[in-house]
Design a protein around this ligand. Structure first.
Ligand code: TRP
Length: 362
């Protein structure tokens, strides 16, 4: 069986370091591993509208930002097909048919939907589109017969729901049309949850605690130098705390032994550095300067590629247009199989038409 990847992001803002360590970096590795027959990366604008329906310009403007972020981290349109969800109308059609296979109470039990409803204060009036987006996400995945869905942990309930829909569909229509996907989550737990620069749980635009992939070097410097550390580490010689110290959490996510050799040869590795910090005698500024070097080393090639891409924005839209055409053709094949299995492919079925005639000829 072919190995096929589908994943994507809602275009509600620029992508940041949390996205980078949590998913983008891995995607590029998977892309370059040569292990996959097809790779689809979707800009989930229709899903983003389920809770931003009153702010379409936000979604419209962020499509190009996400596309630039994708390409600048090294997603390569020759290997990974990047497309726009809303332009593949087959996905909407699949969603309508899958909706028959899912109960309201099952959607209510979806933990991701539950917590999002709370976050958005939707308790008293949940838009139907938002409530049913797990069904639409199952369409995104199954339309491409994806076997592998690289996502963050928070998306596991979505993949589980998609797997249920696949089983229910194949069982109900007695067909082996849809493929059960597997989630692929980050191996490293720090990478699942990179905190904001303020040390708060998650990077989020509304908290203003993100380092964006598109931030210029001086902005990254200012953000790193003002990062949250250990508020009780006042004098250099005071013992310092690692837990909850954003600088060390970022170092956990980014720093390699080679980075120490290159930028901070006082230590062989992060364990030695942490040990010194905890003992006392290592100042925050030194730690932050090291982190800044580590982050810049990672972001400089990304920044350079972005600067090139920004010179020709129409070419980026062309990449999306071509990717969308490929995705559309693929989804159309699956939709045809789905409709045949559901016995609603009337015009494609000459035997059906003749059979109905024969009934009247008897
Ligand atoms: N829900 C995902 C997010 O919020 C985006 C998404 C939409 C997605 N459809 C998908 C991810 C299908 C993986 C597979 O980031």
């Amino acid at each position: 069986m072919s190995k096929i990847i589908l994943t994507g992001d809602r275009p509600t803002g620029k992508l940041h370091l949390g996205h980078y360590v949590g998913s983008l970096k891995r995607r590029v590795e998977l892309q370059n591993s040569g292990e996959f027959d097809k790779i689809f990366i979707m800009i989930a604008d229709a899903q983003a509208l389920t809770d931003n329906f009153d702010n379409p310009d936000k979604i419209r403007d962020n499509i190009i930002e996400v596309a630039l972020d994708y390409l600048s981290v090294g997603l390569d349109p020759a290997k990974a097909n990047i497309f726009i969800q809303s332009a593949v109308t087959e996905l909407t059609e699949l969603t309508f048919y899958y909706a028959n296979l899912v109960t309201v109470s099952r959607l209510e039990r979806n933990p991701t939907v539950k917590s999002e409803i709370q976050m958005r204060n939707f308790e008293t009036s949940i838009p139907v589109g938002f409530f049913t987006y797990p069904i639409s996400q199952a369409s995104d995945i199954t339309a491409f017969k994806a076997t592998t869905v690289p996502v963050g942990e928070d998306q596991l309930p979505m993949i589980e729901q998609a797997r249920e829909i696949v089983r229910k569909f194949n069982g109900t229509y007695n067909a082996e049309v849809l493929v059960e996907p597997e989630a692929l989550i980050p191996q490293n737990s720090v990478c699942c949850r990179l905190p904001g620069t303020d040390g708060k749980a998650k990077m989020s635009k509304s908290l203003g605690n993100c380092i964006y992939l598109s931030d210029p070097a001086d902005v990254v410097k200012q953000k790193v130098m003002s990062m949250f550390t250990d508020p009780d580490h006042i004098q250099i010689n005071d013992p310092g705390k690692i837990e909850g110290n954003a600088v060390f959490t970022y170092l956990d996510a980014f720093a390699t032994d080679e980075d120490f050799a290159e930028f901070l040869p006082d230590y062989k590795n992060l364990d030695e550095m942490k040990e010194h910090y905890q003992r006392g005698g290592l100042g925050d500024v030194k730690c932050k300067k090291f982190l800044l070097n580590v982050i810049n080393k990672e972001l400089e090639p990304v920044r350079a590629r972005r600067a090139e891409l920004e010179k020709d924005i129409p070419a980026v839209y062309d990449i999306l247009r071509k990717g969308t055409e490929v995705a559309q053709a693929e989804a159309a094949k699956t939709l045809a199989e789905v409709k045949a299995a559901m016995r609603i492919n009337y015009f494609d079925d000459a035997a059906l038409i003749q059979g109905q005639q024969d009934k009247y000829n008897k």
